[in-house]
Design a protein around this ligand. Structure first.
Ligand SMILES: *Cc1c(COP(=O)(O)O)cnc(C)c1O
Ligand code: SF4
Length: 423
């Protein structure tokens, strides 16, 4: 097992911490433990031939050769799903705005340079190329000035989402360097500030006993005086919700007037079981959090290992969803974040004699696509939109409109982080 961790972590980043090891993992049976599987790389995460190449490489290659091999394997794993690098970068004064993504009209994503890491790494993470070959990032005040300028001239933007990595790896005084100028800019159309974070799971003492915990909470209160702060918490299993420290952290954050919404992908080996979701949503509601999204595993990295078919994901979602009260049915899913948008699988159906899969956009590059049902041929093995075919037409209604940006979507080369953190 230790060998496998060493082999696989040449390709995928690996990082854990004492809280995860001591409080979250149940060591009675680590091999079957969801949190163990959430942070420790497993043999199955590499395709058989990649595993063999890497294992041999470790015996005979120099460090440099090994790095080249890792990079070539990585580049075969679709490191930039949904054209993240090229499709969503906005332009300001004729220049690409690095560290910002603007895909859906209302919401701008911001990737501060100081948040390109996490308190631990999830084995399934779709942002995995960001953590490979990392260099120290220094705060760049220019970053936030340009972001503000962009927001000011885009009145359609109501939400700004801080993401990463995990923005909550930042010290309070660093986070403040980003947030204060945004507050001072007084952008009238900017209503909600969101923070996407897994820190409640991996490092709850960020909001309880850490040296700057009070300072961070005070920043949250300040944001809430002017905006609506939504903490988008990432939890994959109810085992992450059971510690005293988590409970206190949630209470402290809620006291600042912040809403906590929760999201997770559905993952083989971790949470592909309706009982897990039901219990997780119920516990979240008990703690005052709002279930928000169930995602499908993206088409990158170890999707072959973690991916669940659309049909199974829907079955699991449904069985859990129908057994919780309406208060927990704020959750939507299962949903795929793909190039054209977020596509929800509503379930199988029969139309006339035809078995179909019913889908709809819950976010679209083109807002007019949203909430309109469309159909694919029934395919119980499909795990992603690429596995689906239209059933009544030659192409899906959104495909004609996609061609122009697919052409731009060129391949990625590694290492990627030296000059850009823009995903
Ligand atoms: C999911 C996502 C958002 C946020 O979508 P909401 O449905 O508003 O939560 C924004 N931008 C991108 C690129 C996303 O993938
Ligand atoms: S916390 Fe989020 S960004 Fe960090 S490794 Fe996990 S999934 Fe990826």
């Amino acid at each position: 097992m230790l060998d496998d961790i060493a082999i696989v972590s040449n390709v995928f980043p690996f990082k854990t911490n004492s809280y995860v090891i001591e409080e979250l993992i149940n060591w009675d049976q680590p091999i079957n433990d969801p949190i163990f599987n959430l942070v420790f790389p497993k043999k199955g995460m590499l395709l058989e031939h990649h595993y063999r190449m890497m294992k041999q490489g470790m015996d005979i290659f120099s460090a440099k050769e090994l790095n080249n091999l890792s990079n070539s394997i990585r580049s075969e794993l679709n490191p930039q799903p949904a054209g993240q690098k090229t499709l969503n970068t906005p332009i300001l004064n004729g220049e690409r705005l690095n560290g910002v993504q603007h895909k859906y009209k209302e919401t701008v994503l911001f990737f501060p340079k100081n948040s390109q890491t996490c308190h631990a790494y999830c084995t399934f993470c779709f942002r995995w190329p960001q953590f490979v070959n990392m260099k120290d990032q220094k705060f760049a005040s220019k970053e936030v000035d340009k972001l503000i300028e962009y927001l000011q001239i885009h009145p359609e933007v109501s939400d700004l989402l801080f993401t990463g990595g995990d923005p909550m790896v930042m010290k309070a005084r660093v986070f403040e360097k980003y947030i204060n100028p945004i507050l001072e800019a007084d952008i009238p159309h900017l209503r909600t500030i969101r923070i996407g974070s897994k820190s409640l799971s991996y490092w709850p003492s960020r909001y309880t006993t850490d040296k700057d915990a009070d300072h961070m909470l005070q920043i949250f209160s300040t944001i809430n005086q002017k905006h609506n702060l939504a903490f988008m918490a990432h939890f994959n299993h109810y085992q992450e919700l059971q510690t005293q420290s988590l409970e206190e952290a949630v209470t402290n954050i809620r006291k600042t007037g912040t809403q906590i919404r929760t999201q997770s992908p559905i993952l083989n080996h971790i949470n592909a079981d309706h009982r897990v979701w039901k219990k997780m949503w119920k516990m979240q509601v008990d703690l005052g959090m709002i279930p928000y999204y169930m995602f499908l595993v993206r088409d990158t990295g170890a999707q072959h290992y973690f991916g669940v078919t659309l049909l199974n994901a829907w079955r699991i979602f449904n069985r859990a969803y129908r057994e919780v009260s309406g208060i927990a049915r704020t959750v939507r899913g299962p949903s795929m974040s793909c190039t054209p948008g977020k596509i929800l699988f509503s379930g199988p159906a029969k139309i006339g004699n035809e078995d179909v899969m019913v889908l709809k956009f819950i976010q679209g590059r083109d807002a007019s696509w949203v909430n309109k049902p469309f159909f694919a041929k029934y395919n119980p093995n499909a795990i992603w939109i690429d596995d689906l075919e239209p059933v009544f037409e030659d192409s899906f209604f959104f495909e004609d409109q996609e061609i122009q940006f697919q052409e731009e979507d060129f391949a990625t080369t590694f290492p990627v982080l030296d000059e850009s953190v823009n995903y």
